[in-house]
Design a protein around this ligand. Structure first.
Ligand SMILES: Cc1cc2nc3c(=O)[nH]c(=O)nc-3n(C[C@H](O)[C@H](O)[C@H](O)COP(=O)(O)O)c2cc1C
Length: 343
């Protein structure tokens, strides 16, 4: 098991690299290949547009979440506070970053405790599913939820990142069975996400059959973790290996479409490269229930609380204007009839 010190510096490296380097996938979300269909006669009042959604019994004012990012260090704690303040202010969902470090070191868990800043939000715990093969138990999963009083647990799948990381945890055999055990034994819903390379319809099916209640596609087109790790790898050969994966992955749009084709009722969170409110509504038209944003919100939060608020406010306005411009008053009314593929 790696020392807390190495996880510690990795967490701060991730914040610095993501905010200062170009780590964007050379794959695209695919959302640019779709256009929402303009409605010149919407027959609704913009003021009546209601973008709220209900997820796991909680009402969100917007179909939006701040994707899982950070925790574990002083800087990360400050960022989590800023993210939580905005999540509460705009009544959107938020995930904290991997709480592994908090399980291994109780004091670190404090950096994930955002409930006091966001008493009402839909809050997600987070841990790498791979940890279930490296000593983490169902009890540890319960602790990640109880420690921060979250509403659900996100397990992230990141095989490629672990493989590129240099001494990453790469034994993924038997993980599905363990995810199933977590789903059976936790009192809160379990969500599974990728970290930016997408989830196929086959993998989604296995996860849903195992009891997972929502899939966050975390598709390709945004932050590329092979690029992030490339900046952390010091030897030239390792960097060249990582470089080969810049365009890797299932794009965000492809993942949503393929999963929704086979899963009529499963909750799907769209994330990976979403840039604005139009992207959120496009994702919903393709079959998602909610859009998630990581790096863009992180960069704003690292600048200031005000900048993050402004960014979320822009998402909010665009979501409402976009709904108005396609002539729908409610999120549930958005469907594939509102979007078409161009080319
Ligand atoms: C600084 C940073 C740290 C992240 N840490 C985690 C993590 O601990 N757990 C996780 O599930 N995903 C993590 N992610 C991945 C994001 O949740 C998201 O899936 C990915 O960045 C794609 O979204 P984006 O293109 O909007 O950045 C992290 C992303 C960033 C930018």
């Amino acid at each position: 098991m790696k020392s807390n010190l190495s996880i510690h510096s990795r967490k701060d490296d991730h914040l610095i690299i993501n905010s200062q380097k170009d780590v964007i996938s050379s794959n695209t979300t695919g959302l640019e290949k779709f256009r929402l269909i303009h409605n010149a006669l919407p027959e609704i009042n913009l003021l009546d547009v209601d973008p709220s959604v209900k997820i796991f019994g909680k009402k969100l004012s917007l179909p939006l979440m701040i994707s899982s990012m950070t925790g574990g260090t002083k800087k990360a704690s400050e960022i989590n506070q800023i993210l939580a303040h905005s999540a509460q202010k705009y009544d959107i969902a938020m995930g904290v970053g991997s709480q592994r470090i908090g399980i291994e070191n109780k004091r670190s868990m404090e950096t994930f405790k955002v409930r006091k800043f966001a008493p009402d939000i839909l809050l997600f715990s987070n841990i790498g599913a791979i940890q279930l093969n490296y000593g983490f138990t169902i009890d540890d999963c319960k602790k990640t939820v109880d420690a921060i009083n979250s509403d659900a647990l996100i397990l992230h799948l990141n095989p490629l990142q672990e493989a590129l990381m240099g001494n990453g945890n790469t034994n993924f055999s038997g993980i599905l069975k363990k995810i199933e055990m977590v789903c059976k034994n936790l009192e809160v819903p379990v969500v599974v996400k990728e970290v930016g390379w997408g989830i196929s319809s086959q993998v989604a099916k296995s996860l849903i059959d195992a009891g997972v209640q929502a899939i966050d596609v975390a598709g390709a087109g945004g932050t590329s973790w092979s690029e992030v790790e490339k900046y952390r790898i010091t030897n030239p050969s390792g960097k060249r290996i990582a470089e080969g994966y810049r365009d890797w992955g299932i794009s965000t749009s492809e993942a949503i479409i393929n999963i929704r084709k086979e899963q009529r009722d499963t909750l799907i969170f769209a994330s990976g490269g979403l840039q604005d409110g139009v992207d959120v509504i496009k994702s919903i038209a393709l079959g998602a229930n909610l859009g998630g944003v990581a790096r863009k919100f992180l960069i704003a939060a690292m600048n200031s609380q005000e900048e993050l608020d402004e960014t979320i406010e822009e998402f909010s306005k665009q979501i409402q204007i976009t709904m108005f411009a396609i002539g729908v008053k409610e999120i549930d009314a958005i469907s594939t009839a509102n979007i078409r593929r161009i080319e």
